[in-house]
Design a binder for this molecule. Structure first.
Ligand SMILES: [Zn+2]
Ligand SMILES: [Zn+2]
Length: 174
């Protein structure tokens, strides 16, 4: 069993962290520990865009977090060079990943709150980004959690699990 760390970046509801921990443990051969909260790195903030630059968040996680795979969970909007926003990003080499909860809530789009849908989306994003740290690439299978999400509709269409092919890749990896 590998040790994995979940790092709340800023204040994150404990409930969602526990759900992410359970889903990651069910999907990957790992034991997940929830670490104390990390401050949102000021240097990653772009005041003009009111967003945080995902690669700089990953760098901050890399500096402060323990060894092993790490998933940062942020409740701020993330972007990457050339992209308006990202749901998450992974640093495959270092085994670090980050997801943003910001755009996963129905309220973000002026819709009524749906806690269950919100959790499910967060779980999918977490499993997806950590999948990259296990060497999994984007999967052409639309229902697979490793399918690329360009929009929330893509996220909602896919399942919260790996397809057979991705699962066998995961278990046959060195
Ligand atoms: Zn991806
Ligand atoms: Zn797949």
């Amino acid at each position: 069993m590998e040790r994995m760390t979940l790092v709340p970046i800023g204040a994150i509801e404990p409930e969602i962290l526990v759900q992410l921990k359970q889903s990651l443990e069910q999907t990957y051969p790992s034991v997940v520990e929830i670490s104390p909260q990390m401050e949102k790195p000021d240097c990653a903030y772009n005041p003009r865009r009111r967003q945080y630059l995902a690669p700089l968040i990953l760098a901050a996680i890399n500096e402060s977090a323990a060894e092993g795979k790490t998933l940062g969970v942020a409740d701020v909007d993330l972007y990457a060079p050339g992209l308006n926003f990202v749901f998450g990003q992974a640093d495959i080499k270092r085994g670090r990943a980050v997801i943003s909860l910001c755009r996963l809530r129905q309220e973000y789009y002026g819709l009524a709150q749906d806690k269950e849908l919100f959790s499910l989306r967060a779980i999918k994003e977490a499993i997806h980004e950590i999948g990259h740290t296990y060497g999994l690439m984007h999967c052409p299978h639309e229902a697979c959690v490793m399918h690329f999400s360009n929009s929330l509709a893509d996220t909602d269409r896919k399942e919260d699990s790996l397809c057979q092919k991705c699962r066998s890749k995961l278990w046959s990896a060195p």
